[in-house]
Design a protein around this ligand. Sequence first.
Ligand SMILES: [Fe+2]
Ligand SMILES: [Fe+2]
Ligand SMILES: [Fe+2]
Length: 434
Amino acid sequence: MASSATIETATAGFLDAVLYEGEESRGLQGLTRATLLAPLSTAFDLAEGRPAGHAQRVAYIGVALAEELGLSTAEVSETFFACLLHDAGMAALGASHVRNRADDDLMPPTGGWGDVIRALTVHCDQGDRIARRLGFGENVATAVARHHDCWDGSGPSGQNGNGQMPTVARIVAAADRFECIIDSEPSPLVVRKRGPSLVRDMSGSEVDPEVATRLARLAAKDSFWLGFYDRDMTIGLMSMGAGDALSTDGVLELLAAMSDIVDSRNSRELGRGRRVSELAVKVALACGLSERRAELVRAAALLQDIGTLAVPASVLSKPDILTLDEMMQMQKHPAIARNIVGEIPGMGAVAWWVGCHHERVDGKGYPGMLEGDSVPIEAQVIGIAEAYEALTNNRPYRRALARDDAAEVLRGLADTRFHATVIRRLEEVVSTLA
Ligand SMILES: [Fe+2]
Ligand SMILES: [Fe+2]
Ligand SMILES: [Fe+2]
């Protein structure tokens, strides 16, 4: 029987050393909410069917505007996070509320504009809850909840026109609307030329005239546009609203909240991602990985399906067999997740494992068709924890399997889907569970 040490050595030999540089000793240290959420906000864009980077560009505009308006450091930071999270609620919506823009030009046309308004209302409401679950306070949550309201306070959040729209919310709303206008114009030169007048056109019923005036002033500056079109915007944003580094528990709790969003989008029982990550850590340790490495495996398990946010909700919840096209959309999710997670400093290895969680040791997995020891042990651990969790819970098409039956199913996948040793380690772990 191959020992776990044998597997680790063989696997480590495959991996690009650059991905591992310093990861073992660093673990999840030094990460802030900004370094995590600036890259992860891309998942919210994709869930809305927008080009990646919408939330980041809104944050860039929002922060510039908040500073132009002379807001306090704390308010600038609140603006930054509210902008990054403004459409997070979209990611939590299932097919009944939204169809991706990949399907249609606008949001859900099936039920007419009534559905559009409902989707706006629900995603604002969900975004409010997500912001609080991610640990943000009242000001950030309220700004997220009201980013589609008009400046007089009327709008989908259900507030009446009482003129009491908070300042941060007014900025987020203006920044979001302005970014959408910019996004619809392909030429940066045209945007640069017409920017100030486009902003002035927004002034009035939708956007606070004072905010619009300041934004028009910003839009007349070359320095604003140079920053806006900077390819390294993500890195620049990470240093904004940075705050103190989170504890390891704080990082993992934030990632767990992200996995709750993925559960919700996939119509899975809430908390499933957290359970999979718990099991993955136990199996990782049983495979002989260090505590630090197991911690990174936990992070990878929590983020493994974040790429499914980019898959149309209608495909994720389809009760039928997927068409070839839908299958291809679905199979992009590990690579999408790898690209998003890879933007987080120090998470290169985590990104790699996430990208490999649907690889198979027989070379028939995706996206890379890696074979044998080329499939990282950590990716197999994540995959087997997910598979066991799926087998032992009810599904619409079958009842939950008992532990022994699930183990037998997994044994049947030895040296095809998973390395036989990984399956044995999983069996050892689950035999000790109540
Ligand atoms: Fe929105
Ligand atoms: Fe938006
Ligand atoms: Fe997956």
